[in-house]
Ligand binder design. Structure first.
Ligand code: B12
Length: 212
């Protein structure tokens, strides 16, 4: 896939993702193919083995595949039934453009039957609170690659956590930050995070709690 990205071979990249999804299922492709692929692109970029343009191209192909599977999963009967359940809302704070990890998590949630609304990168936090109110969010998941992005919005996140169970994830999230903003820290391992959010959403685990 890295070779296909380097030669801008979109057809080969898409065909590989489609084939792997047929063989392994979407969830496994997200955790075992897409995330390692994005990291491989990142390492190649850091080594100077691929250009910023290649990284943008790979990110866009992955994004469009993730969007297409999220849409088709949202139409399946399991998730259609689940629309009666309050959704989880997913967003990156202002200043954070790295939203592909969160989009991967959205696809995993939808596939597991947890209704999810993905707002993506650079989301103004007052707007995020509005969306939560409109959809009657059962919880909010905010992710960022750099801890300073969370720190810059600590006050607004604490306010959000007073109204909705809040969880933070991504490479910029840590236990100390989570404690400071009254959030639950989601593990970097997306399978473990997914299991935690699914349990919490079904209401059979302490998982995320609303602070007083
Ligand atoms: C693609 C990319 C971009 C794309 C983002 C595309 C997109 N829409 O997501 C673009 C080009 C926009 C970009 C911009 C920048 N980037 Co950039 N980017 C990357 C790159 C190559 C890959 C990131 C990625 O998607 N990785 C895949 C993710 C999913 O993997 P991961 O972050 O390791 O996440 C793991 C876990 O944290 C977890 N996880 C991730 N998200 C979530 C969410 C939840 C809910 C959960 C439970 C778990 C979870 O799952 C993963 C598997 O374990 C990395 C390099 C790298 N090695 O990662 C740099 C990198 C993240 N970028 C970096 C930087 C510095 C920037 C810029 C500041 C560059 C610049 N000077 O403009 C800007 C910042 C823009 C902004 N305002 O946010 C640095 C960050 C360093 C740091 N920690 O401070 C990195 C590490 C590159 C580097 N070594 O310098 N970038």
């Amino acid at each position: 896939m890295l070779a296909a990205a380097q030669t801008m071979d979109e057809r080969a990249l898409r065909a590989e993702l489609r084939q792997q999804a047929r063989d392994l299922g979407v969830a496994v492709v997200v955790t075992d193919v897409v995330l390692p692929f994005l990291n491989a692109v990142g390492r190649a970029w850091e080594r100077g083995d691929c250009t910023v343009a290649t990284e943008h191209f790979a990110s866009q192909v992955v994004r469009s595949w993730l969007n297409s599977v999220a849409l088709s999963d949202a139409d399946t009967s399991a998730t259609a039934t689940a629309t009666a359940i309050d959704p989880v809302v997913l967003a990156c704070p202002p200043g954070e453009r790295h939203d592909l990890g969160l989009l991967c998590f959205h696809v995993l949630l939808v596939g597991a039957g947890v209704p999810s609304r993905f707002l993506g990168s650079d989301t103004p936090l007052p707007g995020l609170a509005d969306v939560c109110r409109v959809v009657g969010a059962s919880g909010v998941i905010v992710s960022a690659t750099r801890s300073r992005v969370f720190e810059a919005h600590g006050g607004a996140l604490r306010v959000l956590a007073r109204h909705y169970p809040l969880a933070i994830g991504g490479a910029g999230a840590d236990a100390d930050l989570a404690e400071r903003v009254n959030a639950t820290l989601l593990p970097a391992d997306m399978r473990r995070s997914l299991a935690q959010v699914v349990r919490w959403h079904r209401g059979d685990a302490v998982g995320l709690t609303v602070s007083a």
